[in-house]
Design a binder for this molecule. Structure first.
Ligand SMILES: Nc1ncnc2c1ncn2[C@@H]1O[C@H](COP(=O)(O)OP(=O)(O)OP(=O)(O)O)[C@@H](O)[C@H]1O
Ligand SMILES: [Mg+2]
Length: 429
């Protein structure tokens, strides 16, 4: 483990480090919330401040360290925390395994919790804590947040949270930030310039990650609590023609391999397959072919259509994987049998089905980087991405409109085709 290489703390970070010091006006608060842009130095400021405060104020007490998942907590919080402790020369014991995963620093205990599942919430029950630190708190279920706050009952306990903004109707915004005087919340808003460790070049790269008109840019780059409204892929729907490709384009850009995504239709929805191809080092992500059928067809006809689709795909490209909507296990088994019978070598798998927002952010950033193409004949994919809008009636949740009037099936099958390599594509491993 190497030690943390500090650059000077920014003015905003120093406030986060010191707001609790006895005698300061800001120390009258019980909460601190640092929100704002990504990479703006919130987490490092919170870790350092939380360590200083908890060590100087308490001895022999328990504290909560919470992240959305254990993985995220270890990577984003524990890792840098251990490096910071090393740099400061503070000894620490890290007990990794078991339900009592914790850090022991000085006389205090820091227990690790994941907010993302019910066990996390249950594990909190019965604990008496002198404080908690919630990293990415806007991604926590409200029940966990309440439970966590309720556990901090030792006199002088304080609650530390940081997050990227979400919708303005999010409870962290409405219940804490907007009512900060009454709830005694010290509020600090971070922008990328509040992190002195970011080079201008890196800041510029983050600014270019999302289209300026997208909700992700407003939230993650500008750090604003904004509702997702209007077009889901604004840059694409504004000029779809710009992203269409033809045979000539394919001659110039060789496809290394392809993956199929499958969404099964229901009473109101269509069956949809998307074949996506990748050029060298994931330079371009290209929708090569599609199948779309709104009629109700029996499982045999669906299997025949799939076998045809796979044959067509394998005739032109290296295609060995299909990711299917995991809600339909019988249909998946049927496709698998049909491919075996047709002697096609393709592995039929369950789609990853991660958070929809991650998939939406993924396509928005591909489009912003001008790395997405759609073959001109794939009219359903083009139409689906042009039409996609957020549901005005469910503004707290960032949901795409799905009322039968727009094609969400092509969106799903297209996303399933890239989801397993989403991060490799974005960060080009
Ligand atoms: N004072 C500092 N010295 C050295 N590096 C720093 C300092 N502050 C922040 N960094 C580095 O800058 C990067 C971003 O900081 P940090 O993770 O705290 O940002 P964040 O606002 O929590 O970002 P996100 O919203 O993406 O979680 C990290 O690599 C972190 O180590
Ligand atoms: Mg962070």
């Amino acid at each position: 483990m190497k030690e943390f290489e500090f650059v000077p703390f920014s003015e905003k970070q120093r406030r986060l480090l010191n707001w609790w010091r006895p005698g300061l006006k800001t120390a009258e608060n019980d909460f601190v919330i640092a929100d704002g842009a990504m990479r703006s130095g919130k987490t490092i400021g919170c870790i350092a401040g939380f360590l200083l405060w908890s060590q100087e104020s308490f001895s022999g007490e328990a504290f909560i360290l919470a992240g959305k998942t254990m993985g995220a907590l270890r990577k984003n919080v524990i890792q840098p925390m251990l490096q910071i402790l090393k740099a400061w020369g503070w000894p620490c014991r890290y007990i990794r395994s078991g339900a009592e995963s914790r850090l022991e620093i000085g006389e205090n205990f820091y227990y690790l919790y994941s907010a993302g599942n019910e066990t996390g919430k249950n594990a909190l029950q019965g604990l008496t804590a002198a404080g908690c630190y919630a990293d990415e708190a806007a991604l926590f279920p409200e029940s966990f947040l309440n439970q966590m706050i309720g556990r901090c009952s030792v006199p002088g306990a304080r609650i530390w949270m940081n997050c990227n903004p979400e919708s303005p109707y999010h409870p962290i915004k409405t219940q804490f930030i907007d009512r900060r005087a009454e709830k005694r919340v010290y509020y600090l808003h971070f922008v990328m310039d509040d992190n002195l460790a970011l080079s201008p070049r890196v800041k510029e790269r983050y600014r270019r990650t999302w289209p300026p008109e997208s909700v992700f840019y407003r939230r993650y780059v500008l750090g604003e609590w904004t509702a997702a409204q209007g077009a889901v892929y604004p840059q694409f729907s504004g000029a779809p023609e710009r992203y269409l490709a033809d045979r000539k384009w394919l001659e110039k850009n060789r496809i290394v391999y392809g993956v199929i995504g499958v969404d099964f239709g229901g009473t109101r929805s269509a069956h949809s397959f998307t074949l996506t191809g990748f050029t060298k080092d994931y330079g371009f992500v290209v929708v090569l072919d599609e199948f779309y059928c709104k009629e109700r067809i029996d499982p045999e006809r669906l299997q025949m259509a799939f076998v045809d689709f796979v044959k067509r795909a394998q005739a032109d490209y290296q295609v060995y994987e299909a990711y299917c909507d995991s809600a339909e296990q019988t249909l998946i088994a049927g496709l698998e049998r049909a491919c075996v019978a047709a002697r096609l070598s393709i592995s039929v798998k369950n789609a990853v089905k991660g958070p929809i927002n991650d998939r939406i952010a993924f396509y928005n950033s591909l489009i912003a980087a001008d790395r997405w193409r759609v073959m001109r004949h794939c009219v359903h994919v083009t139409e689906a991405f042009s039409q996609a809008v957020y549901d005005e009636k469910r503004r707290t949740e960032d949901v795409r409109l799905d009322d039968g009037t727009v094609n969400v099936d092509s969106l799903d099958s297209t996303e399933y085709s890239t989801e397993s390599v989403q991060n490799e594509i974005l960060y080009r491993l």
